[in-house]
Design a protein. Sequence first.
Length: 83
Amino acid sequence: MLLKVRLTTHDWVKECLRRRGTNFSSIARQAGVSTSLVYSVSKGITRSARIENMLSSAIGFSPEQIWLDRGAADHVSNEPPSA
């Protein structure tokens, strides 16, 4: 049975990163910024095109596919947000 789980965009990005063997701390090190900044961008609290691009590139999606309104959009299931 497929279990549907309600995830925030942030949680979904975090899970995608984990499945690809990386995490927010690794992205932060690559970008030369704090992990808290990467978290803030992932949650839609702070905007940074550079960090959004790094996160989206790391999980194989465009920023527009992840942050539909460039805010904290929720979605259902483990599927990527639809554009």
